[in-house]
Design a protein around this ligand. Structure first.
Ligand SMILES: CC(C)(COP(=O)(O)OP(=O)(O)OC[C@H]1O[C@@H](n2cnc3c(N)ncnc32)[C@H](O)[C@@H]1OP(=O)(O)O)[C@@H](O)C(=O)NCCC(=O)NCCS
Length: 174
């Protein structure tokens, strides 16, 4: 998996030892989990389990998940990854999260732009993303990255629940 560098960030693979900062920075924060499919983690063990899954998937060849770090600090402050690949490996759907203490600095816009470029370089021709209708900041990120609003869809609100919510779908073509 390649490390991507932007003006202020380094997007790197996750590694052993990241769980504690993932837990402190976002997995335990209801503000971050609110519009995501997962529930906030109640303890560090849940994040250790998640990190182990990330490391296993990377070891099996999954290349499209990055820890978001600042250039001068290796601590993971967020994550950006491909959450689905369809259409004969030509379309990728992206998801992202960032520690609340770093919101509204333009970090995820910077990260998403870099990941879109990387996926286009790797053969994808369409990138998709969805956000909960009330998650306006996420929609703003998609728009700032040149993604176009396609329409509304229904999505599962939380994994393990039947509850549906309205999401907005955005796309960008190569
Ligand atoms: C959504 C999220 C990833 C945005 O990351 P970020 O690094 O703060 O995003 P950026 O700073 O690049 O851009 C955010 C934009 O949204 C705007 N914004 C923030 N809150 C807003 C709100 N309530 N209404 C409208 N716009 C809002 C900001 O002003 C900024 O736009 P600007 O640059 O034109 O001023 C981050 O808030 C997050 O991790 N949220 C929780 C997890 C999540 O929702 N993930 C996405 C699931 S689809």
């Amino acid at each position: 998996m390649s490390t991507l560098t932007t003006d202020r960030l380094v997007l790197r693979p996750f590694k052993e030892g990241d769980a504690e900062m993932m837990y402190r920075n976002w997995t335990s924060d209801e503000n971050v989990a609110k519009y995501c499919h997962w529930h906030k983690h109640k303890n560090l063990d849940a994040t250790v389990w998640l990190l182990n899954m990330y490391l296993e998937e990377a070891a099996s060849g999954f290349e499209y998940r990055w820890a978001i770090t600042q250039k001068d600090n290796d601590e993971p402050i967020g994550a950006i990854d491909v959450v689905g690949i369809i259409d004969d490996n030509t379309t990728a759907e992206i998801g992202y999260v960032l520690s609340k203490k770093h919101w509204n600095k333009g970090y995820v816009t910077e990260a998403l732009n870099a990941v879109i470029d990387e996926l286009f370089r790797n053969g994808f021709t369409k990138i998709k993303a969805v956000h909960h209708v009330d998650n306006l900041a996420s929609g703003k990120v998609m728009e700032k990255c040149g993604m176009h609003f396609v329409g509304y869809e229904k999505s599962i609100a939380k994994w393990g629940s039947d509850e549906l919510c309205d999401v907005k779908l955005y796309e960008i073509l190569k």
